[in-house]
Every structure is written in C-alpha cells, then in structure tokens.
Design a protein around this ligand. Structure first.
Ligand code: SAM
Ligand code: SF4
Length: 343
C-alpha cells in the first residue's frame, strides 16, 4: 500500500491538491472553447471536426464557479486556451472575473493570435498577464500549408500588438516541430528570438491530433532542434523558470535572446508536473494524456455543493498517473484530441 505524503499547505493554510507522489497542483489549463479559426495539420482535420455540443459547454458563470473552487484548493495560475480562446464571445469579461478570484495570481493566454490585435488592449485591461502565441512558420505559404488558412499577416499583427504592453513580457512564441515539415522554419524562428522581444519555444509534436496520424518518427526532438540551431548560433543552457516548468531554457551565447524546448515526448517532465486541465465541457483532467476525465459539469448543474466538487477534484488528483507512458514503443493515445482538452 502506498502512503499519501504529508499534506502541503500554502501560506493561507489551504491544503493543496496533492497527489500520491507529492505533486501539488497550482497550475490550471482552462479551455474556454473547442472551436477554432485555423485547422493546424497536427491538431485538427481539414474538415469534419466533431464539435462538443453547445449545451455541454460551460457558460461564464460555471467556469468562474469551478475555477473559484480550484483556487480555493491552491490553484494560483490559470492559462486560458482552447480550441482558439479568442473565438469565445466576451472573453475579456471572463478574464476580469477570473483575475478577481481570491487566490488567483496570474492569468495567461495561449492563442494563434489571428484575432489578437484588436483584443489585446481589452484583455490586458481585464487582467491578462502573459501571452503565448502559437506560430509555426514565418513564411506565408508554409503558414497556410500548416494551418490551412492564409492568416499569417493577421497572426503577426496580433503578436506585434503584444509589444504595446510591457507587462506581458516575456512574450512567448510556441512552434510545433515536425520531422520532414518544420526544418525550413527552425532557423527563421530562432532568429525571431534574436530580433524581437520574444522567447521562442520549440515543442515536440505529440500524439494528440484529432485525425490520429501521429507517428513516433514525426517527432523532431528538442535535441535535434538544438543541434540544428547550434550550427549557426551557439547556445548556453540556463536554469528552468521554476522547477515545474515544462521547458528547458537556452540563451544565445552572444547574449542576443532566449530559446526554450518543450520535449514532452523524448524528455518527459511528468515528475514535476503541477498542472490540471478543465475542458470547455467541464471535465477535470490531471494529465494531457490521461484517458479518463472527472465530470464536474454534471454535479455542478445538479446543484452539488462545494464539498462534493472538492471531493471529486481531490479524488481525481489522487488518481493521477506518475507519467504519460510514451516511452513504451507500443504506446497509443486513445483519449480526446488536444483541441478538445486545451493545450
Ligand atoms: N488555438 C490556440 C493555439 O494554437 O495557440 C490554443 C490551443 S492549441 C491546442 C495549444 C497549443 O497546442 C498550441 O501551441 C499548439 O501548437 C499545440 N498543439 C496542438 N496540437 C499539438 C500536437 N499534436 N502536438 C504538440 N502540440 C500541439
Ligand atoms: Fe486551432 Fe490551436 Fe489547434 Fe491550430 S493548434 S487548429 S490554432 S486549436
């Protein structure tokens, strides 16, 4: 029998959402929609993506209730994602309400930036503190081939608009790397981190695409990416931003900027994971790769009290697996795709 570690309490005396390995969960990925205005190849099919029925999506009130509950259990950071979060109507008002919840210290956003130029001022005024922009190519044709939409100019305008807000820095640019596709984009994206106030992060492609075409050989590893970049610009490793941060950090040896590598497949960081996920339809997940979810929407809509929801959240965290298991050569993910979970 495995004994639970001693409860961890924060400064306010809150007993953290802690699992059997002692991982305390302070960070929440909150999906506010599964809809999107792009169709990235590694995420969605070109057509025919099955959407979550509208009546199953949480409304603002329900999101605020569930995030409030998780904040009362020690969650301090909320990253809003999707689908594409900016297609959800009224996002600034939701950000404002989440930022006002007791215990919430930071609200951040992951977006493809296509709708960001007009939205960023209002979001920052509402309490947004960090932005990650997903951008896989700086070439208009390659961007269109990857996302199946000709929207590079709007995405770049959205990214540039973030520079108006010094409080949002460091602005992060996320690029998914795929063998046989991404190689021409690696050096131009690395150069962006030298020329603009952006930290560019390369992300290994994961088996979370809706069409289920991922192959292990598609993974262009963080190590391979670094080798490609180091042939042009030597890099020096730096400490992680915080122990639970998924990315390794590297600065250019000449001091010109910073790159990060999120090597979820080849260098898993499960041992220090402090993340929870709440899907747009109110399912709590303890891992991106979990094949089970804990339904919080049904009890919430049935009028369950905070004690019932707290028990459900604590039980989910206690059942969190030690790792994602992708090192197993026969690994196959059978759960919902990334866009339905919230990346
Ligand atoms: N639509 C927003 C965006 O693209 O930034 C937010 C949602 S998207 C699902 C969140 C992140 O997941 C993006 O950085 C995207 O590139 C990444 N992503 C999507 N599918 C992926 C996959 N199969 N492997 C690795 N990253 C993936
Ligand atoms: Fe949309 Fe983001 Fe998925 Fe691309 S990665 S299709 S932008 S949800």
């Amino acid at each position: 029998m495995r004994l639970s570690p001693r409860p961890v309490r924060d400064n306010g005396g809150v007993e953290q959402l802690q699992d059997t390995l002692g991982r305390a969960h302070r960070s929440l990925r909150l999906s506010v929609t599964d809809r999107c205005n792009l169709r990235c190849r590694y995420c969605m099919p070109a057509e025919g993506m099955p959407w979550i029925p509208s009546d199953e999506l949480l409304d603002d009130e329900e999101i605020v209730s569930l995030v409030g509950l998780l904040a009362s259990l020690g969650v301090t950071q909320v990253r809003i994602t999707g689908g594409e979060p900016l297609v959800r109507p009224g996002l600034p008002r939701l950000v404002e309400r989440l930022a006002a919840l007791p215990g919430i210290e930071e609200i951040s956003l992951t977006t493809n930036a296509v709708l960001l130029e007009d939205a960023v001022d209002e979001l920052v005024a509402a309490g947004l503190r960090r932005v990650n922009v997903s951008l896989d190519s700086l070439d208009p044709d390659r961007f269109a081939a990857i996302t199946r939409r000709r929207d590079l100019a709007r995405a770049l305008a959205g990214l540039a608009a973030c520079e108006r807000h010094p409080g949002l820095r460091p602005i992060k640019v996320n690029a998914v790397a795929i063998r046989g596709l991404s190689e021409p984009d690696v050096l131009p994206l690395a150069a962006l981190a030298r020329e603009r106030p952006y930290v560019v992060r390369f992300i290994e492609v994961m088996p979370l695409d809706a069409p289920r075409t991922w192959e292990r050989d598609d993974v262009l590893s963080g190590k391979e990416l670094r080798a490609m970049i180091e042939r042009r610009w030597p890099l020096v490793e730096c400490p992680r931003e915080r122990p639970a941060a998924p990315a390794t950090r590297w600065r250019f040896a000449d001091g010109a900027g910073e790159l990060q590598f999120v090597s979820s497949v080849t260098e898993p960081f499960c041992a220090s994971c402090d993340r929870l996920r709440l899907t747009a339809d109110g399912q709590l997940r303890t891992c991106l790769f979990a094949e089970w979810e804990t339904d919080l929407r049904t009890p919430l809509r049935a009028g369950a009290g905070p004690d019932v929801l707290e028990r459900a959240a604590r039980d989910a965290v206690l059942a969190k697996a030690p790792g994602h298991g992708m090192a197993d050569p026969g690994y196959r993910y059978r759960g919902r795709p990334m866009s339905m979970i919230g990346g």
